[in-house]
Structures are given as C-alpha cells and as structure tokens.
Design a protein around this ligand. Structure first.
Ligand code: EPS
Length: 390
C-alpha cells in the first residue's frame, strides 16, 4: 500500500511527486519540507541551474489543516527554468518547432544519453537526458521529507555527511552529534564534519573547476534511534539492507553502496569485524562493542545507528568534454556540454537521506501498520514494551 512515484523533466513545467500510504494525522510542516529542498540545493561545486531555482513545494492533496488525512499526497515543484524552454520542449507540437529544438547529438560518456537514445529510438538524447537528470531528485527529497516527519513522531532521525571528495577522505568515523550539528549549519561547504578535511576537499573541487573536470565523492547516511526489528531475515526481499542498497544505487550518479564498514570487513578477519554483544544489567539493555555492521544484522535493524554509504561517480557532463561520436554523422566528436555541477557531494547526501527515510517509513508501517498515527503509535508502544521485557 505504501508507494511513491515521481514525474517531471529537468526543463519541463514542474516536478511531481505522489506518496500513498502514510497514516492520517501525521503533522506536516511546509517549512520543514522546503528546508530539505534548500539543503539539496547547497554545496560548493553546484552548477548554474541552482542559481535559477529556489525549490519550494506546493502540497495539492492529502494534507489539510497541517496534518495528513490518509489520502494520496500530491506535490508540485515548479521549474523556474521552464520559461526558457517553453518553445524547445512544448507539450503540443507547433509549426516551426523544429528550428527551436536543442538536439543533443553528441552523447556524454557516463550519462543515459546513448543507451537511452538507442532504447527509446530517438535520434538525439534530449528527451532522455531531460528525465535522466538528477533534477528528478528534488521530487524524491520532497517525499523523503514527508517520511522524515512521520519517522520523527517515533524519535527516528535521518541525516548525512560527506566522507570523501575525490582523493580526500575523512580518516575517522563521525558521531551522531557531529552529523546533527552539521545539518544545523546555515552555510554548507562540502558537508564534512571535520573543517580541516573539508578545506582539503574544497581544494580538490577547485582543481576540478580549474581543469574543466568533475569529481566524485562518498556520502554516509545515518539513521538514528531506529527500533530493533525493522526488515526481516525470512525472505530475500524483506531484508532491509537489500532494500536500502537498491534505494541508494537508484540515485543518479551513484555506482556503489556500502552498509556499515563493508569494504573494511571484507579485507579483514571475523574476530576484528563483528560487533561484540554485552548486557547492561542496571539498564536491562543489550549493548555492542562497535557498530561496524551499520545497524543491520540478518537484514534487520539491531537498534544501532544505520550507516549506509553511497559512492558517487563524478558527474558525466564535463566542461572539457570527452571523446564521443556525433549521432547524425557517426564521426568522432567531443561530447555535448551545456552547464553542469562539478561536485554534488553534500546534495547527494541529502537525497540519500530521503531515500533511506522512504525505505524506513515503509518498513516501519509494514511492522506497525495503522490508518491513523494514533493507531501506529499504540502498536509501536506495545512492541516497545515487549522489547523492554525481552
Ligand atoms: C540538477 C539540475 C540540472 C543539472 C543536474 C542536477 O539542471 P541543468 O541540466 O538545467 O543544468 O544541474 O543534473 C545533472 C547532474 C545531470 O547530469 O543532468 C538539480 O536540480 O539537481
């Protein structure tokens, strides 16, 4: 029953998102929603488009008097750039429209241009890149923001930080408090919790700017205060780590995902990798020696923070374009360039947060159900009691 969908093209009129399955009575703050969209637009290395847009949501259904009413929620986000594209990408064809088209006939290596052009049988990549563009993530962030507001009712929070930009890497783990402090900042540079490392990350982005290049990054999403037992070990598709991995890799430019310290673990020994189990008798609670599993064991949450990392390849639109082929002449030609981001690191983290929040909200409702928030809360409290008495 819980599902979401997005529609819209990068230079079309607007982006659209629908979310079905949130219970009634969830308080919704438009300010909090728009703040998430603002966060997605920040960071050193964003392109010219971010100067045109100030993304805000119009909530057109499913929310009344500041609460969800149980019906599908529909949201619109206008593209301010649309006014520059009405003749290029009209809904209805008109006489002379061919002269106004901006065909993209030199596909960019790494982008959807060539594979999409072949698959959908378009002689240029315009219609493909319009949808493949990461502009679509604005709609995902809007959906994620609603899911965050739902999860907040149960004390669950989802945030992110950047752990690498190109060759510059944060050589330690970050605490939840550091990540939370980062999210409160009014100015966003590269989203790293360590200012000295962040300054070196900025230098790496500067090099990419100077040389007409782009640069990759790794972000980490942290979900805090998640109850034990979301997801399940019983079937391949109920394993929450698998579902989170799909959500992260579905993001534009993400080529890899890591749950906890996956790579480190794969290169190590079991005695060094597993999070040892302890028991605090006074607090009647299990504790762990570390959190290398990233909060997931057997495809279930184990009560520790969820740690999911996304590996971003450098954006495929380069100011100094790579070798390609002209689709009309089949002759070698440099790839197309209009404008682009050089580094999208902190923005990608915000999108990753949205995807994780969506997956967690769905898993939460699978476990606790409820048509009203009150009903979900009752079920949640009952389970909490059961866990306390375990
Ligand atoms: C984006 C908007 C796009 C790109 C970027 C993300 O706007 P435009 O194409 O008008 O510059 O800046 O999309 C891509 C990285 C891409 O490869 O298409 C946004 O809103 O995030």
């Amino acid at each position: 029953m819980f599902r979401f969908e997005t529609a819209g093209e990068s230079h079309g009129q607007c982006l659209v998102a629908t979310l079905t399955g949130l219970p009634a009575h969830v308080p919704v703050s438009l300010d909090a929603l728009n703040h998430e969209l603002w966060r997605r637009q920040q960071g050193f290395g964003r392109g010219g488009r971010m100067k045109i847009e100030t993304d805000t949501v119009e909530l057109v259904s499913g929310v009344r008097h500041g609460i969800t009413i149980g019906s599908p929620i529909a949201m619109l986000i206008q593209n301010r750039d649309w006014k520059n594209w009405t003749e290029v990408l009209p809904v209805e064809d008109y006489e002379g429209s061919a002269d106004k088209k901006k065909p993209v006939t030199r596909p960019r290596p790494g982008h959807a241009d060539l594979a999409g052009g072949i698959k959908y049988d378009f002689p240029d990549a315009r219609y493909i890149l319009e949808r493949a563009s990461a502009r679509e993530t604005t709609a995902r962030v809007a959906v994620g923001a609603l899911c965050k507001q739902f999860l907040k009712q149960f004390g669950v929070e989802v945030l992110s930080h950047v752990i690498a930009v190109g060759p510059v890497r944060l050589e330690r783990s970050a605490t939840w408090d550091e990540v939370a402090a980062l999210a409160r900042k009014e100015e966003v540079l590269l989203g790293c919790v360590d200012p000295e490392t962040e300054a070196r990350m900025k230098e790496a982005v500067d090099v990419a700017y100077r040389t007409g290049d782009t640069i990759g990054a790794i972000f980490e999403v942290v979900a805090h205060n998640v109850p034990t037992g979301l997801g399940s070990h019983i079937t391949w598709d109920s394993r929450l780590d698998g579902r989170l991995a799909q959500a992260i890799v579905s993001m534009q430019a993400v080529k890899g995902v890591e749950v906890g310290y996956a790579e480190e673990g794969a290169l190590s020994y079991g005695s060094k990798v597993q999070d040892t189990i302890h028991y605090n008798k006074e607090e009647r609670a299990f504790t762990r020696g570390a959190n290398r599993a990233g909060g997931l064991e057997g495809g279930m949450t184990n009560g520790q923070d969820i740690l999911v990392r996304g590996f971003l390849k450098p954006i495929s639109t380069l100011r100094r374009p790579l070798e390609s082929v002209d689709l009309t002449t089949r002759e070698p030609k440099e790839a197309a360039y209009e404008r682009s981001d050089v580094c999208v690191a902190p923005a990608a983290g915000v999108i990753g947060e949205a995807m994780v929040a969506i997956v967690l909200a769905q898993a939460f409702l699978e476990k606790f159900g409820g048509d009203s928030l009150q009903e979900t809360c009752r079920n949640f409290q009952g389970y909490r009691e059961q866990v306390r008495n375990y």
